[in-house]
Design a protein around this ligand. Structure first.
Ligand code: ADP
Length: 154
């Protein structure tokens, strides 16, 4: 099964939304492979947001990501990268449709609650960036057969 990375951003921590957001992924039927609270720094953010380094708001988004610690999570499931990215919704909370995380909890293009990997290549890199292999757990959900049909699990 696929794995993806989610970061619960400082806005999520400050607003007391950790439980609510984690609960959405749990209720969806995803398996939590790893989770921890960390303080981001400039070096890791330069790497993580390298695709935005020429934007005028680069320093501001990095600073915004260091206001509080963040919670990094690794979720597992079939097609989980696409599933979780769609659950987050569009970058700008004002454009994100209701029912998505950003659509329900954000009114900002920057303060948008979560980061989610947007491709298999990004997920692989980002999981390695934030987790040691020993921090990811391979236990099985006992109710897997209630989540997927047998063909999907082959
Ligand atoms: P996403 O997080 O939806 O994959 P990007 O990778 O393009 O989006 O941007 C990373 C993060 O940078 C966004 O989640 C948001 O917090 C911030 N950001 C993106 N575009 C802007 C913008 N125009 N102004 C301010 N912050 C932005």
């Amino acid at each position: 099964m696929e794995k993806t990375l989610v970061i619960l951003k400082p806005g999520c921590i400050s607003r007391g939304l950790i439980g609510e957001i984690v609960s959405r992924f749990e209720k969806k039927g995803l398996r939590l492979a790893g989770m921890k609270m960390i303080q981001l720094n400039d070096a890791v953010l330069n790497e993580h947001y390298a695709h935005l380094k020429d934007k005028s708001f680069f320093t501001r988004i990095k600073n915004g990501m260091m206001v509080t610690p963040v919670v990094v999570c690794c979720w597992e499931g079939i097609d989980v990268i696409r599933v979780v990215h769609d659950m987050a919704g569009k970058t700008n909370g004002r454009d994100a449709i209701p029912g998505t995380i950003r659509g329900d909890y954000s009114v900002s293009v920057q303060e948008n609650i979560v980061h989610t990997s947007d491709s298999p290549e990004a997920a692989e890199k980002e999981i390695k960036r934030f987790f040691l292999e020993s921090e990811l757990y391979a236990y099985q959900l006992p109710y897997l057969h209630s989540l997927y049909c047998s063909d999907e699990l082959e």
